[in-house]
Structures are given as C-alpha cells and as structure tokens.
Design a protein around this ligand. Sequence first.
Ligand code: G6P
Ligand code: MG
Length: 221
Amino acid sequence: QIKGFVFDLDGVITDTARLHTKAWHEIADQVGTPWSHELADKLRGIGREESLDIILRAGGKQDAYTDAEKTQLATAKNEHYQRLISTLTPQDILPGIPEFLHDLHEHEYLMSIASASRNAPAVLERLGLTQYFPKIVDPNCLHTGKPNPEIFIKGAAILGLEPRQCIGVEDAAAGVQAIDAAGEISVGIGDKDVLRGATIVFPTTSTLTLANISGRLKEAA
Ligand code: G6P
Ligand code: MG
C-alpha cells in the first residue's frame, strides 16, 4: 500500500530545470562545448560537479581545466543560477502541483524531496512550499547521485517508509532510473520516449492527480 510520495524538485514542482539549463548553457558557451537538447536532457537531475564534467567531456575539454578552474566554473554557474531563482514566487509552481500537494496532504500521504540540488531549500522557500516538505534528503550526505537509487531510498527512509510504500516523481531519465532501482513506483513527467523506464508518464504536471495516477497504474498493471 502506498503511503508516501518522494518528489524530485527541479522540473517537477517548478520549472527550475529551465533555469539550470540556462546557467549551464552559458558555461558551455564559455568553454566551447556546442549546446544541444540532448546535452540539456543528459544534465537533468545530475549534480553540479558531475554536470560540469559532462559539459567539458562533450566538448573534448576534460583535461583542459585544473581542479581550481573547474571549481570556479561550477561556482559561476551556481551564482548565475542563484540570481535566476531569487525572483521565483509561488506563481512559478507548475500547473496542478498546488492542488496535487494539497490533495496528498488532505489524504495524509507523507511527502519528501529527493533533489540533488543544494539550492532546494531556498527554492521551496521562495515558492512558499516549505510547510509541505519538512523532510528533504540532504544531497551532501549522498555517496552517489542519480541514477543511483540512494537518494530515493533515503527519501523513503526519512518518512519512515520502505521504498515499496512510495511513489517517486521525476522529470529526468536519470531520476526515473533511480526510482526504479530503489524499488518505488516511478511517475515520469515529460516525454515518454525520454522517460522510457517509468511505470507511468504524464506529459505535464497539469494532469497529475491522485485519481489519474491510480487509473493509469491500474491500466499499466
Ligand atoms: C538537480 C537539478 C540539476 C542540478 C542539481 C544540482 O538535480 O535537476 O540540474 O545540477 O540538482 O543542483 P545545485 O543547485 O546544487 O547546483
Ligand atoms: Mg528534475
């Protein structure tokens, strides 16, 4: 029986995936890596340092920067990202999400956040959603990022639940893989070809409701 929901943040609760993308695009331009949608998709759900490595490798520049220079690039990206999120308001919560969270709360489902972002608490604060998420996985405690299941296993554990009692919600292919490997039901938000491994996929958050999830899970079973 499902008792909890473990949410990714960026691209699920709010469209900050777009802001991460914007900030990374600028770094890619700076280091001479050609930008593409495929590269942007690959970075979804991936931690800061690893994302930079992927960008450098995509441009054949993996050995062109010292560790100190890489730290500078990652810091520059983060400062840009923090400027972008400083203007977020509750208006930036994705369609259907406020109603969905309210409904989950009313039905006494437990909820946690499994985001690789060290900016997640600041984003939730700006969106006015902290009251729904007293439990957030601290990405600093993780050994391995998505697609490793660790973050989603922790997301269940901080709720006092087993993974099989949880539904994980993700917009990233790496995130869906992490949910599946954790042994949770995976709900993908986005393109069903990109999120192939997901138990069920919704194209956008606007149709994400408890009724639709249980209907789709019955179809999928
Ligand atoms: C999330 C986002 C990624 C981001 C990562 C680290 O997983 O989907 O795009 O790179 O968090 O975020 P941070 O804010 O700590 O750089
Ligand atoms: Mg995401």
